[in-house]
Design a protein around this ligand. Structure first.
Ligand SMILES: [Zn+2]
Length: 245
C-alpha cells in the first residue's frame, strides 16, 4: 500500500454505505481519481467540509495495487467555494465543467496543463460570474485541445493550404478543410469563428472573457454550436447538462 499527496479539485461525490462517500476529483499529480472517504458523513470527522464539490484540497491518500478506488486519508482545504453556493447558474456551470473533466480525463493519468486550465476557469468564473458563458466556451475549447480533438484552425487537413478569409468546413473526422477539399460539405466554420477560437488558444480565461464581450452574438453562437457538436461526437452522446447560454 502506497501513500501519496497531491493537490486535487473535488468534482463530485456519492454516498456510500451509512457514513462514507465516494469522491471523484481531478488531481495534479495523478489525474482523475476516485476514492473512498471513510466516515466522512459522521458528524465529527476528519474531512469536515473539505469534500464539497469544487473545493481545492491538498489530499493524502492510499493506493492499493490493482484497485481503482483509492482511500482518502487526510484532506486540507486550499480554496473553498462556499460563498458561491447560492449562485445557481454558476453551480450549474461548475457541474458542467466537472462532468467534462470526468468524461475527458483518463483515470490516473496526470495532465498538469489540464489541471491548471481547469483551476484557472473555476477561478475566472468565481471572480466574474457574469463571464460564465465565455469561460465555459474557453473551457470546452481547451478540454478538446488538450485531449487532441480540436482541429487545426490554420491549415486545411487535406491539402495543407493555409486558410485565408474563407469559410472552412468541419469534416466527419473532425478535421477542418478548405472548400475545394470538402466540396463545401460539413459544418461551416467562418473566419470570425476561427479567429475567436484562436484567441481562446492564446489568452488566459479572464482575458478571453473580457475580449468576448466585444464579439458578436452570432460568432458566440457559432462557437457554442461547434464545441457542442465536437464534444457530442467525441463522447458519442450529448454532454450531460449544458447550461443554457
Ligand atoms: Zn484543402
Amino acid at each position: 500500500m502506497a501513500l501519496f499527496e497531491t493537490e486535487a479539485l473535488i468534482l463530485r461525490s456519492y454516498n456510500l454505505a451509512e457514513a462514507d462517500k465516494i469522491v471523484v476529483c481531478l488531481s495534479r499529480s495523478a489525474g482523475l481519481i476516485r476514492g473512498v472517504a471513510k466516515g466522512c458523513r459522521k458528524l465529527k470527522n476528519r474531512f469536515g467540509a473539505a469534500l464539497e464539490p469544487f473545493t481545492l484540497i491538498n489530499l493524502t491518500y492510499y493506493e492499493k495495487e490493482n484497485q481503482e478506488l483509492v482511500s482518502f486519508r487526510q484532506v486540507e482545504i486550499l480554496k473553498s467555494r462556499f460563498n458561491l453556493s447560492t449562485n445557481a447558474s454558476l453551480l450549474t456551470g461548475f457541474a458542467y465543467m466537472g462532468d467534462l473533466l470526468i468524461d475527458f480525463s483518463p483515470p490516473h493519468q496526470a495532465n498538469d496543463n489540464l489541471f491548471r486550465m481547469a483551476l484557472a476557469c473555476f477561478e475566472a468564473a468565481s471572480e466574474t460570474p457574469s463571464d460564465l458563458d465565455a469561460v465555459l466556451r474557453y473551457f470546452e475549447v481547451w478540454v478538446l485541445k488538450l485531449e487532441g480533438f480540436l482541429p487545426d484552425l490554420r491549415t486545411c487537413a487535406n491539402c495543407q493550404r493555409t486558410f485565408a478569409d474563407e469559410v472552412t468546413y468541419l469534416a466527419p473526422d473532425l478535421s477542418l478543410r478548405c472548400f475545394d477539399c470538402s466540396n463545401g460539405r460539413g459544418g461551416a466554420v467562418t473566419k470570425g469563428l476561427r479567429a475567436h477560437l484562436r484567441t481562446a488558444e492564446k489568452l488566459s480565461p479572464p482575458k478571453f472573457a473580457e475580449g468576448a464581450r466585444e464579439v458578436s452574438k452570432e460568432t458566440k453562437r457559432e462557437m457554442a454550436e461547434l464545441t457542442f457538436h465536437i464534444i457530442g461526437r467525441v463522447l458519442e452522446r450529448m454532454p450531460r447538462v449544458r447550461p443554457a447560454s
